[in-house]
Write a protein that binds this ligand. Structure first.
Ligand SMILES: [Fe+2]
Length: 224
């Protein structure tokens, strides 16, 4: 009986999805940009969030599988960490820390200084959590306690990132769109696109999007 249950659980976790594989798109094909030809720079940040939310869904699914004693390899978690490092730590955090926040400071002086400082600290915390997660993954084959530690960090990170994104979507982005003029929005969009261009040209963006789509298909998740 137990054997049958495990077999069914493994199939449900690792089945090939019936979802049609979504076609690879570049950041410029984003639905946010399509819907609004006079896009705000924050639409580019929203688009990065769309990808991060998909990765968090993958992380949640594999963590559930691990919690149910289903076979998830260290390599799978390793790939997820690599994707998070790429989309959350590199793409999202760099856009804000290098381009957006300095522009806001130049435009608004000390206004919302503490709030921006808090968001930067949340970025640091997210990186720390990922480092702890990578350490925990190394012990994945060392028994139940080690697996519990992995899923504990994973669920904590998912909750943390969702809260961070929600704060930015509800407070930061509306404020940015209110205070930045069309010219400043244009400058910011150019900066964001310049930061993305190299990754698109050298295939790095496509590589990670393909990894996400493969994991979604393996886990039976749909991106739409
Ligand atoms: Fe952020």
């Amino acid at each position: 009986m137990k054997k049958i249950f495990i077999t069914i659980a493994v199939i449900s976790c690792m089945c090939i999805s019936a979802c049609a594989s979504s076609e690879y798109t570049t950041p410029k094909d984003s639905k946010h940009i399509d819907e609004n030809p006079h896009a705000y720079a924050t639409e580019i940040l929203n688009r990065d969030f769309d990808v991060i939310k998909r990765v968090l869904q993958i992380l949640e699914k594999v963590s559930n599988c691990l919690d149910n004693s289903e076979p998830i390899s260290r390599e799978t978690f390793g790939e997820i960490i690599e994707i998070i490092n790429e989309f959350s730590e590199r793409r999202h955090q760099e856009k804000e820390a290098i381009a957006l926040f300095p522009l806001l400071k130049a435009e608004c002086g000390g206004e919302k200084k503490d709030f921006l400082g808090r968001l930067l600290m949340e970025h640091v915390s997210a990186r720390d959590q990922m480092r702890d997660f990578a350490d925990a993954i190394n012990n994945i084959y060392q028994g139940k306690k080690a697996k519990k530690q992995i899923t504990k960090i994973a669920y904590g990170y998912i909750k943390w990132m969702k809260k961070h994104m929600q704060t930015e979507e509800k407070i930061l982005f509306p404020w940015v769109n209110k205070i930045l003029t069309e010219d400043k929005q244009g400058i910011l969009i150019e900066k964001f696109e310049a930061m993305e261009k190299e990754d698109i040209d050298n295939g790095r963006y496509e590589k990670y999007m393909t990894m996400i789509e493969r994991l979604e298909n393996q886990l039976g998740l749909c991106s739409e």
